[in-house]
Write a protein that binds this ligand. Sequence first.
Ligand SMILES: Cc1cc2nc3c(=O)[nH]c(=O)nc-3n(C[C@H](O)[C@H](O)[C@H](O)COP(=O)(O)O)c2cc1C
Length: 369
Amino acid sequence: MTQLSSQPIKFAYWVPNVSGGLVVSNIEQRTDWSYDYNVKLAQAAEANGFEYALTQIRFTAGYGAENQHESVSFSHALLAKTEKIKVIAAILPGPWKPVLAAKQLATIDYLTNGRIAINVVSGWFKGEFDAIGEEWPEHDERYVRSEEFIRSIKGIWTTDHFSFDGKYYQFKDYNLKPKPIQKPYIEVFQGGSSRAARDMASRVSDWYFTNGNTVEEIQKQVDDIRAKAKANNHQVKIGVNAFIIARDTEQEAQAVLQEIIDQANIEAVNAFDDATRQAGAASPEGEGNWAKSTFEDLVQYNDGFKTNLIGTPQQIAERIVALKNVGVDLILSGFLHFIEEVEYFGEKVLPLVRELELQQQVQTTAKSA
Ligand SMILES: Cc1cc2nc3c(=O)[nH]c(=O)nc-3n(C[C@H](O)[C@H](O)[C@H](O)COP(=O)(O)O)c2cc1C
């Protein structure tokens, strides 16, 4: 069932455009949400083998991430200071309407020589939607809206005089000029793990992003999505979140994890837990992003510890290849001290991943000869 990719596995990192880093903990972090820090980070990432950077969208945050830069403008500003990395801008249907998003992104695509992508997120924080005066449809309805959003933007990007008559969006004979440089269109990622999220991925998204998890659990999701996508005659790639702690020894890496958890901001993690009850955990089948998350998991707000890319470069490289072997195309990474750890990853972990991929390819070719 599992469809293996012969392509090298890709790497993305979370842009810290939100304060507090990627963990809800009082541990000291040399990660900063400023523009200057983020430019240096994006430059370090592209020099160290990362192909994508993912910005986050929050209008407000209930878990201690006090300041948040807006995702599309921040993505554009990072693209202006880099040369090859693609930046994925998070977009929330609701505040964004598809015609505006399609137009705004087509322009950025032009200005950056085809390096913008988007992550359509469906919303998990009711308090945020209330605060900005947006309607809060029920869980699965949010995906009905997101799917219409994706069908609308793809239609606008590819078709002259495009019309759409959906439940959430209606427009007539809209002719976007110029269309994006990237063909057939700007890549569309999506985030979420629920039944509704997977079904949407198997119909319309180019990439499915999911929270961190064990290889076994990720394999179940991959097989499920790929089978459905095949039935829909659609192709979707898979990206998995992981909070990476790579150190020279396993003990050092585990000690860092323990310190992050020991210093968790308990009040903020509990507030986040409450908010997720209205999001993933509230999805009808109980399979949403945070449905099975423990307190410790939630200290990294996309369950990034669960993927277990924590240890020595060799251990991490082996686990990355194991994920690739169940059909994962991309690792979305978070780090404690971003710039220095992205550099360590590029120097120490990535070459081992490429070596293991090569060995595997040689073995496969030998077997089939
Ligand atoms: C990799 C990834 C990135 C996400 N980024 C954002 C974001 O920037 N802003 C946001 O509001 N939600 C974000 N989400 C949340 C999802 O859009 C979704 O609301 C959440 O995962 C719950 O979905 P589910 O109930 O379908 O599992 C992200 C999710 C994932 C997996």
